[in-house]
Design a protein around this ligand. Structure first.
Ligand code: GLU
Length: 277
């Protein structure tokens, strides 16, 4: 075990919206290795804020699959669905600081407003949020204002990889992302930074597809005064056509492998070797 991982506390945070597949198994096993295969340093978090997609039965299945992989945890799992108040408070604070604003446009309308011709070529697109007063507004990050505040306070947006490389975050291209909605749960981006900080996670292990999101998470951590963990973005597991595995891809679900009598070692042999450094 490399020295830098000696006391690392990490987590695996699946959404219970389907059965776990090989990609999840890889992510969980990399995190488990980084925690030194120590149940005291590995947290299971259930990312179940989106109640329209998540089901308790999938939570039961994923716990069973992880245990089958030989992964264990000593603390009870953390359920995001139980933490709404915590996210709401952060959202309310961001709104009071005018770092988020209510936007009544649907996603489609919002995107169209960004590409619509502007009066002045230099001014950023301003969505007409006065439209559609009846809709529940999305609470969007005011990216320009957030970055201006960072600059004003002379803060830097830097996150670190697990090997100690410092990465300058550049979240601007992600735009005014939705951080929540009134009377409904916070977005993944907001909940994840709050949960990782509250759970004292010092290494986040997740797929390479979330690398760009880490720039945004770094910005949110800085705005909210939260610590930034180290990040290890591992390679993604793809099918023969080079497509990322999805939960609907039943053929590679752990359940299917288990039903077909494969052992843990058979499953591990289908995965790339785990290299932490
Ligand atoms: N629930 C998220 C996912 O399954 C977690 C991502 C993360 O580890 O931050 O993609």
């Amino acid at each position: 075990m490399p020295e830098i991982f000696r006391n690392t506390r990490t987590r695996f945070a699946p959404s219970p919206s389907g059965r776990l597949h090989l990609g999840h198994a890889y992510s969980a096993l990399v995190a488990w290795q980084a925690a030194g295969c120590d149940a005291n340093r590995f947290l299971l978090r259930i990312d179940d804020i989106d109640s329209s997609r998540c089901k308790d039965e999938f939570t039961d299945h994923l716990i069973d699959d992880l245990q089958w992989l030989g992964i264990s945890w000593n603390q009870p799992p953390l359920y995001q669905s139980a933490r709404r108040q915590r996210y709401d408070a952060a959202l309310a604070w961001l709104e009071s600081e005018k770092l988020v604003y209510p936007c009544h446009l649907s996603r489609k309308e919002y995107e169209a407003s960004l590409t619509a011709p502007q009066d002045s070529q230099n001014s950023p697109p301003v969505p007409n949020t006065a439209l559609h007063h009846t809709a529940v507004p999305a609470l969007r990050l005011d990216m320009d204002r957030a970055l201006a505040q960072i600059k004003l306070k002379n803060q830097s947006l830097i996150w670190q990889t697990h090997t100690g490389d410092a990465i300058t975050a550049d979240p601007r291209s992600l735009g005014n992302v939705v951080l929540g909605r009134r009377n409904s749960p916070a977005s993944y981006h907001l909940s994840v930074v709050i949960d990782d900080a509250d759970s004292q996670i010092d290494l986040v292990v997740r797929g390479d597809d979330l690398r760009a999101s880490t720039d945004l998470h770094c910005l949110l951590q800085t705005l909210l005064g939260l610590p930034s963990p180290l990040y290890h973005h591992h390679e993604l597991i793809c099918d023969q056509t080079g497509q990322r595995l999805a939960k609907r891809d039943k053929a590679r679900s752990l359940a299917t492998y288990r039903e077909n009598g494969l052992t843990i070692n058979d499953v591990k042999s289908l995965l790339p070797p785990i290299k932490l450094l």
